[in-house]
Design a protein around this ligand. Structure first.
Ligand SMILES: Nc1ncnc2c1ncn2[C@@H]1O[C@H](COP(=O)(O)OP(=O)(O)OP(=O)(O)O)[C@@H](O)[C@H]1O
Length: 279
């Protein structure tokens, strides 16, 4: 059994230069998480940099999803969960924020596309409505179209015989392909103006072409949003992320710039994992 102290690379965070430290949007310090008696995160520290893509990699069950669920307090919904440590979002401890406001600012996209069983239009308009945003019909139409464009779904929905796009958007979201549904979920997420989007293996249920579309979209979205993505696909982490955190047994073994972590890993555990020796 490998001890937590052995695998932790305590120098990780010290290697990051000061200019980057200024752009921390979420700062996680000594995060510990237990489900009942089972501890799944151990003293996790991680800075999340604004307008960057942060990929989280590591073997199955090492705590990646549990970690991102802490960032918008989704674990609050799970009974017997104990979270210790601090998560500071723009200078405020997330426990001091209203949880609905927090989840508006830190949205989430899940492994399987989960559009609501309603129209494409209503899927996007729903979030602002439940958050009490009053919009005129035109403002609502503009918002829906803007979100569809930002999520690279708008042009996919053209129909040669129907020039009225708003009519096309009345179709059920469940009729879209899996990849389109996932982009709709991203559109739904950005409709409430988040700052951060958490993505838990968003491409794992998609074919390679839909996966590449989501990857292109992620690269585009980071101009406006910060993205934290859990992925099992190391090529994907390399292609799209600026920073990568490697988790093992509930510890962050290594965190740093993606190029450096993949080309010059500091820990032998990281090296063995990215070489496919275990995992
Ligand atoms: N609600 C829960 N109750 C109890 N244990 C849980 C719960 N959710 C996750 N776990 C356990 O916590 C550990 C970490 O799980 P988690 O899903 O965070 O890992 P992961 O790295 O995201 O895994 P994967 O890559 O397979 O999705 C696992 O041992 C898992 O069984």
């Amino acid at each position: 059994m490998i001890s937590n102290e052995t695998i932790k690379n305590t120098e990780n965070l010290e290697n990051l230069d000061n200019s980057e430290v200024k752009d921390v949007i979420i700062d996680v310090k000594k995060l510990n998480l237990k489900y009942g008696d089972k501890q799944v995160l151990f003293d996790v520290d991680m800075p999340i940099y604004k307008n960057k893509v942060i990929a989280l990699i590591g073997p199955s069950g090492c705590g990646k999803s549990s970690f991102i669920r802490c960032l918008n307090r989704m674990n609050d919904e799970i009974q017997n969960t104990e979270v210790k440590g601090t998560i500071i979002y723009e200078g405020v401890n997330i426990n001091d924020l209203d949880v609905e406001d927090l989840r508006k600012k830190i949205g989430m996209v899940f492994q399987r596309p989960n559009p609501f069983p309603m129209s494409i239009y209503e899927n996007i308009a729903y979030g602002p409505k439940i958050h009490g945003t009053k919009l005129s019909k035109k403002e609502k139409n503009d918002l829906v179209i803007d979100c569809l464009k930002k999520s690279a779904l708008y042009d996919d929905l053209d129909e040669p015989n129907e020039p009225n796009k708003i009519k096309i958007l009345q179709k059920s979201a469940l009729k879209l392909s899996g990849g389109q549904q996932q982009r709709l979920c991203i559109a739904r997420c950005i409709a409430v103006s988040p700052e951060i989007i958490l993505m838990d293996e968003p491409c794992s249920a998609l074919d390679p072409i839909s996966t590449l579309k989501i990857e292109d979209l992620i690269k585009e979205l980071k101009k406006d949003y910060t993205i934290v993505i859990v992925t099992h696909n190391m090529q994907q982490a390399k292609r799209i992320s600026d920073y990568t955190g490697f988790f093992m047994n509930g510890n962050v073994v290594e965190f740093g710039k993606t190029d450096e972590l993949f080309n010059n890993p500091k820990s032998k555990y990281t090296e063995n994992y990215i070489k496919g020796i275990f995992g």
